[in-house]
Design a protein around this ligand. Sequence first.
Ligand SMILES: Cc1cc2nc3c(=O)[nH]c(=O)nc-3n(C[C@H](O)[C@H](O)[C@H](O)COP(=O)(O)O)c2cc1C
Ligand code: FES
Length: 617
Amino acid sequence: MRKVKSVEDLEKWAKDILAKQKRHEIMVSVCGGTGCQAYDCQKVKAALQKGLRQKGVGERATLKVTGCPGFCERGPLVTIHPQNIFYQKVKPEDVPEIISETIQKGRKVERLLFEDPGARRRISSADEIPFYRSQMRVLLSRNDLIDPTHIEDYVAIGGYRSLAKALFQMQPTEIVEEIKTSGLRGRGGAGYPTGKKWEECKKESGATKYVICNCDEGDPGAFMDRALMEGNPHSVLEGMLIGAYAIGANKGFIYVRHEYPLAHKNTEVAIQQARKARLLGEDVLSSGFDFDVEITKGGGAFVCGESSALIASIEGRVGEPRSKQIRTVKQGLWGKPTNLNNVETWANVPLIIDKGSKWFSSIGTEKSKGTKIFSLVGKVKNTGLVEVPMGITLKKIIFDIGGGQQDGRRIKAVQTGGPSGGCIPASLFDLPVDFDSLTQAGSMMGSGGMIVMDEGTCMVDVAKYFVHFLQEESCGKCLPCREGLKRMGEILDRITEGKGNEEDLSLLEELAEVVTDTSLCGLGKTAPNPVLAALRYFRPEFEAHIRQKKCPAGVCTPLIRYSISETDCTGCGACAKVCPTQAIQGEKKQSHLIVAEICSRCGSCIDVCKANAVMVQ
Ligand SMILES: Cc1cc2nc3c(=O)[nH]c(=O)nc-3n(C[C@H](O)[C@H](O)[C@H](O)COP(=O)(O)O)c2cc1C
Ligand code: FES
């Protein structure tokens, strides 16, 4: 490993790596992210390695295992550079053809290209695929280019150049000012101005200060921070180095969620390599600045993402929040001034220092600058990680990038902000996605979870899911959150079982107010949001459950009945075969019927009926 002792060393290193990389005409990149690993991308990588060697093209082509480029549902992904040919759902059996056709003859393997369902044509370049076309991939695009376990790849794309600039061309106060003028706001949920937080921490006296990176990411369905930490850990390290220098800290911690083994591994490798290169440790780049980082594995609880609980967890105590009358910038880790930022916040820092605050603030809206990564999941055609400029409308994300509804069911809402957010109805999809607009609409940006729901989703059931999630995740330290969420969950249980009454809705609202106003930490304070947003936009669904004892979406099992349409049933018998309670009767080629008393309403019959003859009422 090259030892980088000066800015000149860093520049020379980058030049040498680029010269070495240029010797290969072709680069084959295989996504090695967690999503693609679930699709066995390791086997594709092994087949490519073997194939390139056997065919004797190893000299011309280089193979790179990269981080996640976002389109995980289409994995394993393989991209051939410089033509930028994007292959999806690649299997090891496809590899010989990729090598003989694309690598050796420059021809595309049509069947592996993305098919645009609207235009019915195959698209070869990732940039032209609708999923990518409307995105602005400032952070994620770097995941496509580098192997996160090779520091050389990061250095080659200009990595650690911003650190050099910060250390040798800027004063700490100037760095803080640059981050302030960029308008960067924390990506972990609350959107607190990053520069302001740094300034507050910098102002504190004392020789010991800490910086922390929050990679706990507990929101159900969210995986933005995982992708950045797995795919480009050096960008986070570089952001922390710059922040620590500006604030006056010499020690950092990266709090990585326990369930993220690959993020943990790649970050550990990155730290080791940065230490060996002397970019971490004592006298970084001979500047006189010392800084080192340690990883702490998360405590496995959603509440551990909250700043004071996270700090308690790093200190080795139970991950429980404390009251915030003294802020962590004053007294954080072991009572010392501490600056905590989210993964995505830190990853933006080197870009701002490199390209300038003007560049950053030119993206986005007046009060929400830059891009934001969302994990777009649920009932849309294209799911995955999307990076968009702040201020883009929900409609553009859901329909242009997400491709709109998955099957015949109309999209009805989108849930943003994770368990602390709420569902926004389709009628408000022209809303710009920024911190303030989402909060005004009764939801929030949160860390970037975006779950699309269609007519088959019951909004009472969704509210119930989030309340139960938070009730289980509540640390139980304060009464309003511990007992209030339990009572709210019980009321929602009753409503979805058809046992609700007219007073339940006002009781829910009253409890929501008390829990919001009196809970100790952000978990309790925001926990009622999903219920309040559902009541605000989907009240008739609650009323249908209470008054007509019906679930309009056909989800709440005690309130629905399955039957078979006599006219549509072809008598194929597929439903009877899968019914676990033998509730379906009928002769072959004759219309079948469901015995309501035996039916468990599991929905297996709907899944197998090709004639769409099973009805839910
Ligand atoms: C219950 C709860 C869970 C949280 N989980 C996370 C998390 O997983 N990741 C995160 O960055 N912030 C999380 N936060 C927000 C953090 O407390 C904190 O505001 C954030 O990490 C600060 O970084 P930022 O200013 O860069 O957003 C959570 C907050 C609450 C109340
Ligand atoms: S993990 Fe491969 S595209 Fe996301």
